[in-house]
Ligand binder design. Structure first.
Ligand SMILES: C[S@@+](CC[C@H](N)C(=O)[O-])C[C@H]1O[C@@H](n2cnc3c(N)ncnc32)[C@H](O)[C@@H]1O
Length: 294
């Protein structure tokens, strides 16, 4: 007699434990939408995470299966939900002055010449691509204003873009908790933020007008069309293209190179590399210089 065994999840065709079945074809449909819409690649190992993040959406919509959810996001009326799904499946983890060596490099090696240019009436543009909830562009603004307190009266602008409209709303509001501002030295925090009390009586910190006026927040899909013409003197594109396949990443680096003059600086994430774009040479840890020509 064969021993009685409980079939595994894979044998039952189910990739995650829970109230709804989650089959390989459910997972593949979601993964292919993520790949085509935002360039992000999901491996099957991520199936339980996908389930956990989307199960709330199924409940909220009163749907009976992932198959029905997949059908919804493929329709015209499901496009809003498709955006919510992407937002639920992308990571927005960020923090102030993340990878502090980038901000030291910006301050010591890059900004002095750009500030001199701005003082002569020149134009300076910095792009934070994949800005999440704003900690990165506000860190850039703090670094700029530490050297040039009146930067808002010069032609210096920071463009901050992300695909996620909800996270951009948060970034635009520029409101942070005391603990999230811990990496910022108190002198810079007091210069760049004001303590305010919310309607619920919570004390939070809001970015000051001098920082907010330097930044324009815009929705932009890095794997779609880019409406801006640059040129950008500095681009921060950190921890955003990491989930894209190599070819898509290389296309983004080349497109960025096309918007940067020789000598411009590209900062990337700590576990990323610039490949497939010979217009960049490394100058410091995860820091690249746009070479002339190319
Ligand atoms: C992990 S956060 C990185 C934030 C910041 N750059 C940092 O390093 O702290 C990645 C951000 O990339 C955004 N993102 C993911 N795919 C994108 C795409 N195709 N186009 C634009 N932004 C995207 C996400 O919404 C998320 O806010």
């Amino acid at each position: 007699m064969r021993p009685v065994t409980t079939p595994s999840k894979a044998e039952r065709g189910n990739l995650a434990e829970g109230e709804y079945p989650f089959t390989i074809s459910d997972f593949r449909q979601i993964a292919s939408v993520l790949r085509s819409d935002v360039g992000i690649m999901l491996t099957e190992a991520k199936a339980p995470l996908v389930y956990a993040r989307l199960v709330k959406r199924l409940r909220a919509l009163g749907l009976e299966s992932f198959r029905a959810y997949g059908a919804l996001i493929a329709t015209d009326r499901g496009q809003d939900e498709r955006r919510r799904m992407i937002s639920a499946l992308t990571t927005n983890v960020t923090r102030f002055l993340r990878e502090p060596h980038h901000f030291d490099h910006l301050k010591k090696e890059v900004l002095p010449a750009l500030i001199a240019k701005a003082k002569r009436g020149g134009r300076v543009r910095i792009w934070s691509a994949g800005c999440s909830s704003g900690e990165e562009p506000y860190s850039i603004a703090l670094t700029v204003t530490s050297l040039m307190p009146d930067a808002m009266h010069h032609d210096i602008k920071i463009l901050a873009t992300d695909i996620d409209s909800d996270i951009l709303e948060k970034a635009r509001a520029g409101v942070y908790t005391r603990s999230s501002l811990e990496p910022v030295p108190p002198i810079d925090r007091d210069r760049g933020f004001q303590e305010v009390t919310t309607a619920q009586g919570r004390k939070v910190w809001q970015a000051s007008a001098s920082a907010r006026n330097l930044i324009s927040f815009k929705e932009l899909n890095l794997i779609g069309d880019w409406p801006m013409s640059g040129p950008f003197d500095v681009i921060f594109c950190r921890n955003t293209v990491i989930y894209f396949d190599e070819e898509v990443q290389a296309g983004i680096w080349r497109k960025m190179a096309g918007l940067m003059p020789g000598g411009a600086t590209l900062f990337i994430g700590h576990s990323e590399r610039v490949t497939g774009a010979n217009q960049f040479e490394p100058v410091a840890l995860t820091t690249y210089r746009r070479v002339e020509g190319g």
